[in-house]
Write a protein that binds this ligand. Structure first.
Ligand code: SAH
Ligand code: SF4
Length: 402
């Protein structure tokens, strides 16, 4: 069995530490985060029939009820009894909203009741019409259709955080500046999604919503909570794992464990490749000294892809450093050598305060894409969304200005 990747935290080059202090906040009696089975067990414990648990799950995850008093399917005395025993719905709440001129919204989501030490808010992003990167359903360019519904969006992508901060320390990423503050629980991860679905009145099963686990944090260093959230989102909320994509910086034990997840609960996989070779990659991704590109690709090959599913390789273009034509040719060879059905998502580096990299020159991104495409690698450009509100990739740092 692979080691539990959530126990590993990588700090700087080659340095590895067992993590014990970054667990979720002390357990409060929150119903949100418990699945229908656990809610049923709770109901039975309180002398109620099993199906009461399913009613609770329905209210919390499908009707998106936020307060016990509003769960009208339960008799009032039962609601009062739950409250008296200290239970609350406890869904994370959107505490602050930043709106971009392009329709993107960035949220500070309050995860627990207390405001302790700034570790209790995370960032979640709503992108109507997506960013052309992960449609989540295999159709990469369907964002071209616009505003065909009365809601004002035809499809949307929600970008979710898995940790407060991040320990991986990629040099170009603003989230890295926070260090790892703590892991989010499964309920806190899934709660971001339900809070945003509620805000936008999303009808699950009708509206096209994709989830990307690409916000703050490294999902594969919080593996069991991340997968717990996916199971809640699939089973209780009703979303499809084929419309979810998880991105990892390359935590090999995490990918190995991910490969063993059943298809019904396994999102699609994106790998933050970001460089054409080990030498360049390890310059700004210290994780590469622990797991180099070859070991990363070996792990990725363990994932049993669904028909038509592809692995995404994300590639952040750093001006002058990783955006040259020679790099594009090297990336094409690298991707072809994996033998995997794959595509590349290019992301022009988004600037952040105190980070000394450059954006690629105008034209470099398109030229890079053209080279990869000519080499036979399907390549897409991720549109920067919400740069004006610090909502774009790598800009999430609980920035309150904007
Ligand atoms: N920790 C995970 C997921 C969150 S980061 C990971 O690294 O994969 C999501 C994506 O944003 C990654 O592909 C990362 O390389 C990219 N990214 C980070 N900082 C960025 C920046 N400043 N500009 C553009 N992309 C960035
Ligand atoms: Fe962490 Fe991803 Fe940022 Fe790297 S790019 S520091 S893994 S959030």
């Amino acid at each position: 069995m692979p080691q539990d990747p959530s126990q590993l935290v990588h700090l700087d080059a080659g340095k590895i530490a067992l993590e014990s202090s970054a667990g979720p906040a002390p357990a409060r009696k929150r119903l949100f985060g418990l699945d229908a089975g656990a809610l049923s067990a709770l109901m039975v414990q309180m002398g109620e029939p099993v199906w009461r648990g399913h009613q609770l799950a329905e209210a919390i995850y499908r009707q998106r009820v936020e307060d016990l008093s509003e769960i009208t399917t339960l008799a009032k005395p039962l609601r009062r009894k739950l409250a008296a025993e200290g239970w609350e719905v406890g869904r994370p709440r959107i505490a602050q909203v930043f709106q971009s001129v392009d329709g993107t919204e960035r949220y500070l989501v309050q995860c627990s009741g207390s405001q302790a030490a700034g570790t209790e808010t995370v960032e979640t992003v709503w992108m109507p019409e997506g960013d052309e990167g992960e449609a989540g359903d295999g159709s990469d360019l369907d964002g071209a259709e616009k505003d065909t519904t009365e809601k004002g969006w035809d499809r949307a992508t929600i970008c979710i955080s898995s940790q407060v901060g991040c320990a991986v320390n990629c040099q170009f990423c603003l989230t890295a500046k926070l260090g790892l503050q703590r892991n989010l629980s499964a309920g806190e991860i899934a709660g971001q999604v339900v809070a945003v679905l509620a805000r936008h009145g999303v009808e699950v099963g009708r509206d096209r919503v994709n989830l990307v686990f690409m916000g703050m944090g490294e999902p594969f260093l919080n593996f069991s909570n991340f997968m717990g959230a996916v199971r809640l989102l699939v089973r209780e909320v009703g979303l499809s794992p084929q419309r979810m994509t998880v991105s990892t910086s390359g935590i090999v034990p995490g990918i190995e464990q991910f490969a063993q997840e059943p298809a019904e609960f396994r999102p699609k996989l994106a790998i933050s490749l970001n460089a054409p070779n080990d030498l360049i990659r390890q310059e700004f991704m210290p994780i590469n000294r622990k797991w180099n590109i070859e070991s990363l690709m070996d792990a990725v090959r363990l994932v049993r892809l669904r028909p038509r599913e592809r692995i995404t390789f994300e590639y952040v273009l750093l001006g002058g450093l990783t955006d040259q034509m020679g790099h594009a040719q090297e990336v094409a060879r690298l991707v072809r050598r994996t033998g995997l059905p794959a595509k590349v998502n290019l992301i022009a580096w988004n600037p952040g305060p105190g980070i000394a990299y450059s954006m690629p020159q105008p034209g470099a991104v398109e030229a890079f894409r053209a080279t990869l495409t000519a080499e036979g690698v399907p390549t897409y450009l991720r549109r920067p969304r919400g740069r004006d509100i610090f909502a774009a990739c790598g800009q999430l740092k609980r920035t309150v200005e904007g």
